[in-house]
Design a protein around this ligand. Sequence first.
Ligand SMILES: NC(=O)CC[C@H](N)C(=O)O
Length: 228
Amino acid sequence: MKFAVIVFPGSNCDIDLYEALKTVCHAEVEYVSHKETSLDGFDAVMVPGGFSYGDYLRCGAIARFANIMPALIEFAKAGKPVFGTCNGFQILTEAGLLPGALKQNDSLKFVCKTVALEVNNQTMFTSEYNDNEVIKLPIAHADGSYYADEETLAKLEANNQIAFRYHGENPNGSLHDIAGIVNEQGNVLGMMPHPERAVEALLGNEDGLRLFKSILKHGHQTEEVVNG
Ligand SMILES: NC(=O)CC[C@H](N)C(=O)O
């Protein structure tokens, strides 16, 4: 299973994602510049956090028009796994691959701390967690308050598309305590917390590791079906 980590000008979690996959999970992974136009040969795409294009206009609003985006949209529409964390989540909503939007935090401040999250394990990205398990992951964002209209929120709830919810404390004012969602097909996940920053004991937290293990498990299952 081969992973792509897309790199935009201003990405700053691309190396964390790459190392989580390469060093910790021993997976095959390559950086792909925003200038590229193809994702051929990759089985999963990671959209990293950071400050793409300096967060000008709106977080993710410029990245959405990068050269690589038509290929990413095609990749997602083909049902292949796409994962966006933090600025990656913002880019995926701007690109219309996920519903809703990320607004400025209620506090109007950049929030950087570890938060508790409740996991829904019914997605390809979370299958290695226990259902409703409470884990801890770091957050670091200024624009993480998830917003969608009532109809969209009702749909997300009814389809079980809410993958992560803030537990106990809601750090940014997200509606329905949403920290991460999947698309209707279940192959695109966007989340504000950073699992790639919590993948080994040396980092003080391993709660993010099972997200990458879940994607790898799904990839291996898909390969078995394809190859027999
Ligand atoms: N860590 C991040 O990806 C930050 C995302 C975005 N720049 C924000 O502040 O909301």
